[in-house]
Ligand binder design. Structure first.
Ligand SMILES: Nc1ncnc2c1ncn2[C@@H]1O[C@H](COP(=O)(O)OP(=O)(O)OP(=O)(O)O)[C@@H](O)[C@H]1O
Ligand SMILES: [Mg+2]
Length: 266
């Protein structure tokens, strides 16, 4: 548990989660605690099956923790709500709506609804930021995977939630598209700074995008370490091949390797 609970941003305060019952109970999350300041970008890395998605789902309010609590800007999370918006690995956009309508759709669901002309204006801005202006009237099926994830990102930013949650949003993309998307995400987040929790398998992706990285252990998952990414300023593709970047990547990768990956009894 943490001593001080700050007002803004996200507080994950001693979250534990078990699945199953009796003999077959599995502890997935074991007293997970960390904070994300307002406007901060935090990545979560951990071995496969360590409970990253479960953690994100508790923050989203889709899964109830057995112990602990989640605070968003000081308010406890008691279920899904408009303060949090999730971008998934699969394209969670509507195939029957145009790109523009998909972006506007999220804004219609908000408690604080914006008038139609304002929604249009906001959609225009995010279409532009994500390089989608020329595709505003296209249907998703005519777009590549990367372009569809641009729509999902644009929609999430346009909704303007207090916290943006991303669960391996680029995992299904080919390596080159993935890199382009990472740069696109950095760019949009530089212009429209949000509080982000970004789950990924890829240490390289985590370092490239995040201000800090929460490193989870294997199940039952604990926070193994929280690493601050040391450079500020603009991040370009070239950063990934710099000595400091590679050293940090190796350090985190060896942390992940060192965590016991054999299944343990709860
Ligand atoms: N609803 C559920 N009922 C039972 N077990 C579950 C449920 N959801 C998740 N689990 C189990 O919890 C563990 C963690 O799953 P989770 O999907 O959170 O891990 P992950 O770190 O996101 O994995 P991956 O890296 O493969 O995405 C897994 O063993 C999974 O089988
Ligand atoms: Mg997962």
């Amino acid at each position: 548990m943490m001593g001080t609970i700050s007002g803004g941003g996200l507080v994950v305060d001693g979250i534990s989660k078990r699945f199953g019952r009796g003999e077959s109970v599995v502890t997935v999350l074991d007293d997970i605690a960390f904070q994300v300041a307002e406007g901060e970008f935090v990545a979560v890395v951990g071995p496969s099956g360590s409970g990253k998605t479960t953690l994100l789902n508790t923050v989203a309010g889709f899964v109830d923790p057995d112990e602990g609590r989640i605070l968003v800007n000081g308010a406890p999370v008691a279920g899904p709500g408009p303060s949090r918006c999730v971008v998934f690995q699969e394209y969670a956009i509507f195939p029957w709506l145009t790109v523009r309508r998909n972006i506007e759709f999220g804004m219609r669901l908000r408690a604080r609804r914006r008038p139609a002309d304002e929604r249009r204006e906001v959609a225009d801005r995010y279409l532009e930021l994500m390089g989608l202006t020329a595709f505003a009237d296209a249907l998703p099926k005519t777009l590549s995977g990367g372009m569809r994830q641009r729509v999902a990102l644009a929609r999430a930013y346009a909704v303007d939630p207090e916290i943006l949650l991303m669960d391996e949003p680029f995992a299904a993309l080919d390596a080159q598209t993935r890199e382009t998307m990472q740069e696109a995400l950095l760019e949009i987040n530089q212009k429209e700074r949000r509080t982000v929790v970004f789950v990924t398998h890829q240490v390289e992706e985590a370092i490239f995008l995040a201000d800090r990285i929460v490193v989870m252990s294997a199940r039952p998952s604990r926070v193994q370490d929280v690493v601050t990414v040391p450079w500020s300023g603009e991040r370009t593709h070239a950063l990934k091949t710099s000595t400091e970047f590679i050293a940090l990547r190796r350090e985190i990768e060896s942390m992940l390797r060192s965590t016991d990956s054999t299944p343990r009894v709860a």
